[in-house]
Design a protein around this ligand. Sequence first.
Ligand code: ADP
Ligand code: TRP
Length: 326
Amino acid sequence: MRILSGVQPSGKLHLGNYFGAIRQHIDLQDDPANECFYFIADYHALTTLHDAETLRQCSHDVAVTYLALGLDPQRTVFYRQSDLPEVQELSWMLSAVTGMGLLERAHSYKDKIARGITPRVGLFTYPVLMASDILIVQGEMVPVGQDQVQHIEMTQDMAQSFNAAFGREVLRRPEWKLSRTPKVPGTDGSKMSKSYGNTIEIFAQGKALKKSIMGIVTKPIDLGQPLPIENDTVLALYELFASEAEVEEMREGYRSGSMGYGQAKKELLARVDEHFAAARDRREELLQEPDTIEDVLAEGARRAREVARATIEACREAVGMRGRPA
Ligand code: ADP
Ligand code: TRP
């Protein structure tokens, strides 16, 4: 099965990215029947990030993070979105068959605007670019977090509209796939997101890690009093790392009043720290090898472009354009 997914290099990757997306991306490599394509969505990041040096650094950081967490470039095609110009060409073709109403219904756009992000054309047409990412490599399955499901549904619509408009089955309809934990809460209790400033970074350590975990917003309840277990962010995050029995123990501590938020946060901190220790060491090594990272991405772009060129040629033919001269 052809698998495809992308992550924006708009900041440091966090626990939401890991448990919602990256962990399943890495696991999917293990099935030899899968052909995985993962990419760094730098065109997408331009919708919110306008600083060249930061974009370069974040893109490099996403690459290092994936490799440190176990992406295997032998088995997986790993590339930068902007190394595939065919994505932009398909994006234009899709926008020519996509109704305004479809984009106007996008939750992600509406949420971002509600949070004060400037509404720009690129932010609005973002789902078209995302559909293009998927359709250009003929992805069949797209592993993502909950917030992206609507974008995949839109991709299905766009593929169908294109095929219907031009009377050929050129683009393949993708399906989405959620992880077991598709909606990880951030430190303020809403969806963890780079755009919302409520993240716990995968590779934070020491004081920075402590600061973000101790900063999780909790209710003002006196020490020794029982704590509510419903919709509790510390518990929800602890569940990502601990066994069912360990989580139950923490819940019991909440109910009886023997566990305060400070103690619960300390236990969570220890888990996060330990869980990523080995990957953190690999990351340190990879940071010393910038050329290796560039080589991996260049080879990934070469492999992805072969597929992208075939798709765009089929699309050009379908819409009535000539094959592109070599
Ligand atoms: P962000 O919202 O932080 O900018 P991205 O939009 O780049 O993150 O998301 C990359 C992947 O991580 C997507 O598949 C997305 O669904 C997933 N993801 C992001 N935040 C979360 C979250 N809080 N819980 C689960 N999955 C998430
Ligand atoms: N929009 C996705 C996000 O913010 C990132 C992304 C871009 C993506 N293109 C994609 C994810 C294609 C899956 C498939 O999380």
